[in-house]
Design a protein around this ligand. Structure first.
Ligand SMILES: CC(=O)N[C@H]1[C@@H](OP(=O)(O)OP(=O)(O)OC[C@H]2O[C@@H](n3ccc(=O)[nH]c3=O)[C@H](O)[C@@H]2O)O[C@H](CO)[C@@H](O)[C@@H]1O
Ligand SMILES: C=C(OP(=O)(O)O)C(=O)O
Length: 452
């Protein structure tokens, strides 16, 4: 179901939340995996734990257009790419999201040709694609670049090369890794990204018959093979969804169990929350977070993995707005990732941004008002702020949050939050009435926590 642009999320200050939230499969792992399925010439792939997200639907539609057969049931996506007929993903789909560009490596390697429009997505920075193109050229592709699209072709197979990435780009690492699986010879990619999503992609590729070694370190070696086939794979849990709920628990003084969450993928985030005074324990099947201490201020610098993830910066900005004392954030990955600060300021947060640096004088009481989601993680920050603000917060531009969180409103309702998704803007008095009614109804429905 597509986002309705008239929809709003209405949030009332949350009581301490309690219960279990199930973490879905990772958006940033499943998108490259769906793109990689194109490499399988025979047998369908069965991808398990596929989240029902807008970005996933867009990529599924792109694959359908290219001639693949897909079906989706109970979080398992079947993709049969043996029937592929086209190599030019449609402009409107590609321009809706960044990860669509990951179709380039797999289409080029599988068919010897691709024509792809420049990708869209969140406006968090210029997001060049020079490292992707450098990699494809090194593998022997002829590249034509226009203002609108890129066309790449190769006669016969791609040829292995040694490629040094100037920045450890997640997307470039994935795109080049996919292309190199079918190249002739052994490709070495140096200074690669080391995110868990890279390891998940390498595991899927290896199950398809590829020979990828070193994923998770800063050098990846790929011995090219002649053919890959579809495979079964389970996507890793979403570490950013997990981090977001950890932050929500910290902000609202809550006790939550995040089922499926993997602490090892979140070392930097857990370290910072612990430093802020939050109690986090890692269990076999998830993470238990208990927040009761007053929050301490933090210093955060976003970095490529295993550093603090840029995708958690906005949520922590909201958290630091209520921690007593002054916090400092340096955003080193994307040059335009402070758009949420203006929205938080509207709610009374004391934040100053200068270039890559933000300082947050915390301890203010936030006030609910009308704010918008300016990008995906900014959307999560608005929800966090709304859950701690006095009064009612109304959030618009929900298409951003639908890209990356499965039913965030429903999951929060289940643990006791007063949060609703409504279609039309409502008069203030009507909001109050409806929220009051819904609060009583929802309170009766709060799930019993599954831990003592
Ligand atoms: C779908 C997906 O997985 N998205 C994630 C991925 O995005 P994405 O793969 O787009 O991010 P990159 O790792 O490529 O970008 C990191 C930095 O490298 C720069 N760069 C990148 C490519 C290039 O050719 N040249 C270049 O200069 C970018 O402008 C940015 O400053 O990693 C980001 C960084 O962790 C996350 O925020 C995104 O959630
Ligand atoms: C920036 C993000 O995603 P994308 O790269 O898909 O825009 C994100 O997940 O926070």
């Amino acid at each position: 179901m597509e986002t309705d642009f008239n929809e709003r999320i209405i949030i009332k200050k949350a009581p301490p939340l309690k219960g279990t939230i199930r973490i879905h499969g990772a958006k940033n792992a499943v998108l490259p995996i769906i793109a990689a399925s194109i490499l399988g010439q025979e047998q369908p792939s069965y991808i398990e734990e596929v989240p029902d997200l807008e970005d996933v639907r867009i990529l599924r539609d792109a694959l359908k257009y290219l001639g693949a057969k897909l079906s989706y049931q109970d979080d398992t996506l079947m993709i049969d790419t043996s029937t592929l007929t086209k190599t030019d993903p449609p402009k409107d789909l590609v321009q809706k999201m960044r990860a669509s560009f990951l179709l380039m490596g797999s289409l080029l390697a599988r068919t010897g040709h691709v024509r792809i429009y420049l990708p869209g997505g969140c406006a968090i920075g210029a997001r060049p694609i020079d490292q992707h193109l450098k990699g494809f050229q090194a593998l022997g592709a002829e590249i034509i670049e226009t203002k609108e699209y890129i066309e790449a072709s190769v006669v016969g197979r791609l040829q292995a090369a040694t490629i040094y990435l100037d920045v450890p780009s997640v997307g470039a690492t994935e795109n080049i890794m996919m292309a190199a699986t079918l190249a002739e010879g052994t490709t070495v990619i140096e200074n690669v990204a080391q995110e868990p999503e890279i390891v998940d992609l390498a595991n899927y590729l290896n199950t398809m018959g590829a020979k990828v070694k070193g994923a998770g370190t800063n050098v990846i070696r790929i011995e090219g093979v002649e053919k890959l086939t579809g495979a079964r794979h389970t996507v890793i849990p979403d570490r950013i969804e997990t981090g977001t709920y950890l932050t929500i628990a910290a902000a609202t003084g809550s006790e939550l169990f995040l089922q499926n969450a993997i602490g090892d993928h979140l070392r930097a985030v857990i370290a910072k929350l612990t430093e802020a005074g939050i109690d986090i324990s890692e269990e076999d099947d998830g993470i238990l977070v208990k927040a009761c201490e007053p929050l301490k201020p933090l210093q955060i610098k976003t970095l490529p993995y295993p550093g603090f993830p840029t995708d958690m910066q906005a949520q922590f900005t909201a958290l630091m707005a209520i921690a007593k004392g002054t916090s400092y954030i340096t955003e080193t990955v994307f040059e335009n990732r402070y758009m949420h600060c203006k929205q938080l300021q509207k709610m009374g947060a004391n934040i100053s941004v200068e270039g890559r640096h933000a300082s947050i004088v915390g301890g203010r009481t936030l006030q609910g008002t009308k704010v918008e989601m300016t990008d995906l993680r900014a959307g999560a920050a608005m929800i966090i702020a709304g859950l701690v603000a006095e009064g009612i917060t109304e959030v618009t531009n929900l298409h951003h949050i639908d890209r990356g969180y499965v039913d965030i409103v429903g999951k929060l309702q289940q643990v006791g939050a007063d949060i609703y998704r409504v279609r039309q803007p409502l008069e203030k008095a009507v909001y109050r009435e409806r929220i009051q009614e819904a609060t009583q109804r929802e309170r009766r429905a709060i799930l019993k926590p599954t831990f003592a």
